[in-house]
Design a protein around this ligand. Structure first.
Ligand SMILES: Nc1nc2c(ncn2[C@@H]2O[C@H](COP(=O)(O)OP(=O)(O)OP(=O)(O)O)[C@@H](O)[C@H]2O)c(=O)[nH]1
Ligand SMILES: [Mg+2]
Length: 366
């Protein structure tokens, strides 16, 4: 496979830089040739500063084979246009990159619809911006002019597409509601797995349900929701038996995800949010500072989604990769007040304890 050589422009911050690199590299064709850092992305002309833009232009001229520049923040149409004009290669912003990753991963009808919705949300402000660009060029978009007409038609068309997709998504939601209703009738408790992308949700889901859903170290492996039941044996009040639990695996989180993208995925996320218990998975094998940032990002997103905090329970994953003495240190630094369970889906460490907790939470306390 021929790799596409790209330049990444991101912030001079270890966490952000690492995450941006991972995001870019989760598109298999990309090879990062050079990283430029920039403190601010709010310069009017290019987003990045003019000096930085010229530095990149010089680098691209000398390196020759660079095909794309990826800027790790939001850029306006005009800024992308100006950068492309200056440097002579195509420019992509963070949101475009995330949308592209979503496209490569979406397998279900629902995931595809959600991405189309996010795509339209991405396009809409740009159509207006393009109108301004047009009005500054020869083809004037003056009242009643051709430019304005084209922009209006485009805008109306996007709006139409948007309501069409929303309707279709609503249909899938209605189906979900019926499904939920049936669930309530069976009174099976629902546990959902949420957390950062790559925190190990699907791996745990597969282990508990004997499924073989795709897992990988790439970001955004899972883009649609799957619900399965599994059984836990118990010895409740001296009565040995088995209880069924429904478990929901869903799309992972990432930092600086624009609200419209979270909104686009809301209908799948909603299913996980009506659960009786929400397990927030945190990858314990990362740097403690990264764990802290990711944990607080997750809490922030869950808050935006109006999740009932009392249903949240933190699970540290991948503890086979760390010294178990680190667990207390992590818990301390996250300042979590309630219990935390540490697990490994690879070695089964803590899985029994997790199942016991699920039993206790679902069948004794409630
Ligand atoms: N060593 C180790 N690796 C794990 C464990 N759990 C998951 N992984 C690895 O972590 C990576 C991410 O796991 P996934 O289960 O795909 O993560 P996810 O949270 O579903 O990620 P998204 O679908 O992108 O949101 C994979 O490479 C897994 O093999 C574990 O307990 N120990
Ligand atoms: Mg997954």
């Amino acid at each position: 496979m021929k790799l596409t050589k790209v330049i990444l422009v991101t912030y001079p911050d270890d966490f952000i830089l690492n995450e941006a690199k991972q995001l870019v590299l989760s598109i298999p064709e990309y090879e990062i040739v050079k990283v430029f850092t920039q403190k601010y992305f709010n310069h009017a002309k290019y987003g990045i500063g003019s000096g930085k833009a010229e530095e990149i232009e010089k680098f691209v001229k000398e390196a020759k084979e660079i095909e794309e520049i990826i800027v790790d923040d939001h850029l306006k149409s005009k800024q992308i246009y100006n950068l492309e004009k200056l440097i002579g290669v195509s420019v992509k912003d963070r949101e475009r990159l995330i949308l592209d990753i979503f496209y490569t991963r979406a397998t279900t009808v629902e995931a595809k619809l959600q991405i189309q919705l996010a795509e339209i949300e991405y396009e809409m402000p740009r159509v207006r911006e393009n109108a301004k660009l047009l009005s500054n060029s020869k083809e004037r978009a003056g009242k009643g002019g051709m430019g304005e007409y084209i922009v209006d038609v485009h805008f109306r068309d996007l709006k139409r597409q948007m309501s069409f997709i929303k309707e279709k998504l609503n249909d899938t939601k209605i189906k979900r509601n019926i499904y939920q209703h049936q669930r309530q009738k069976t009174r099976m408790p629902v546990v959902s797995l949420v957390g950062y992308t790559s925190s190990g949700k699907t791996t745990l889901f597969n282990l508990l349900t004997n499924e073989s859903k795709e897992t990988s170290s790439k970001l955004f492996t899972t883009l649609s929701t799957t619900t399965r039941s599994f059984k836990i044996s118990h010895n409740n009040k001296n009565r040995i038996g088995e209880e069924g639990i429904l478990i929901v695996d869903t799309v992972g989180f990432i930092s600086r995800l624009p609200t419209y993208m979270i909104d686009a995925f809301k209908s799948t996320l909603e299913e996980s949010l009506v659960a009786d218990l929400i397990l927030l998975l945190i990858d314990s094998s990362e740097e403690i500072e990264d764990i802290r940032i990711k944990y607080s990002n997750c809490l922030q997103i869950l808050e935006e989604l109006n999740v009932d905090k009392s249903k949240l329970f933190t699970v540290l994953t991948k503890v086979d990769k760390i010294d178990t003495r680190m667990i207390n240190e992590i818990v301390g630094s996250l300042r979590i007040s309630n219990d935390v369970i540490a697990i490994s889906s690879k070695t089964d460490y803590g899985i029994h304890k997790l199942k016991t907790l699920l039993m206790k939470k679902q069948f004794i306390e409630t």
